[in-house]
Design a protein around this ligand. Structure first.
Ligand SMILES: NC(=O)c1ccc[n+]([C@@H]2O[C@H](COP(=O)([O-])OP(=O)(O)OC[C@H]3O[C@@H](n4cnc5c(N)ncnc54)[C@H](OP(=O)(O)O)[C@@H]3O)[C@@H](O)[C@H]2O)c1
Length: 236
């Protein structure tokens, strides 16, 4: 039986997701590292174990756009642990970089929403009830400053819309779950040097993982239903 905290991270075979898994493992958390390609997930777990031989990590396939895949991991978590303490919706795609909204085609928007919005929706619907049954939970939706309506800019509209909607999803789940010991928040990691962020980005990958990991470990007195950057609440 696993007695320590259990965390599930999506899109964890590279980038910020892999770093979140490494950081959570270093904090003594049992990590379910998920990846749409199980072999790539296993390779990421091996990199973490090479640096941290005591890291407690299991790898599970998860493609967030697949109902069957979400159902399979839900059954795995229920049957193996019976609970989930931390859910980090990190996996996402950006396929319309700098495309004007006038040129945005619906299939691109639909594909982006499938991964960046419907995926987190499926996982929240699957796992928040389990957290409610257990009386404890931390949900971290990794969003983006590109979805921040108060600072909205031009272009990359599919990605922006998906992240604005993810923020809305976060707030609505938080309201419906209400006060208690389940904290449902979203954050921007900042502009990070990953495959998505590119080599010119200002933050290193560990810096990008900092706020999501911090939100995963919020104390019981912490807020729910908020948008964070650099460990502080920011405007929607
Ligand atoms: N990097 C930045 O500057 C930046 C800025 C703001 C927000 N963010 C957000 O931070 C998070 C992590 O980004 P990153 O920079 O680490 O990006 P990344 O290096 O491109 O990694 C994205 C991850 O998401 C996974 N993914 C994509 N579609 C998926 C699906 N259908 N099911 C499961 N996993 C899927 C990818 O898996 P594959 O390897 O299989 O493609 C990959 O593991 C994302 O939510 C992103 O929007 C990043």
């Amino acid at each position: 039986m696993v007695t320590k905290k259990i965390a599930l991270v999506t899109g964890a075979n590279r980038g910020i997701g892999e770093q979140i898994c490494a950081d959570l493992a270093a904090l003594g958390i049992h990590v379910i590292l998920t990846s749409r390609d199980a072999q790539k997930g296993e390779a990421a777990a091996q990199r973490i174990r090479a640096a941290q031989p005591s890291a407690d990590i299991v790898v599970h396939q998860l493609d967030v756009i697949s109902e069957a895949s979400v159902q399979a991991i839900h059954e795995f978590v229920i049957n193996t642990y019976g609970r989930l303490d931390i859910l980090i919706n990190n996996g996402a795609i950006l396929i319309d970089d700098n495309v004007s909204i006038f040129d945005l085609d619906v299939p691109t928007l639909r594909a982006t929403l499938e991964a960046n919005l419907y995926g987190p929706l499926r996982l929240c619907q699957a796992f928040i009830p389990l957290m409610q049954a257990n009386g404890y939970g931390r949900v971290v939706n990794v969003s983006s400053e590109m979805g921040q309506l108060s600072e909205i800019g031009r272009g990359t509209a599919a990605y922006r819309i998906s992240k604005t909607a993810l923020n809305s999803l976060t707030a609505i789940f938080a309201v419906e779950v209400g006060r208690g010991n389940i904290k449902i928040n979203c954050c921007t990691p900042g502009w990070v040097r990953t495959d998505m962020g590119g080599p010119s980005a200002e933050k290193s990958i560990p810096e990008g993982a900092d706020t999501p990991v911090w939100l995963a470990l919020l104390p019981d007195s912490a807020p729910t239903g908020a948008f964070f950057a650099d460990r502080a609440i920011i405007a929607w």
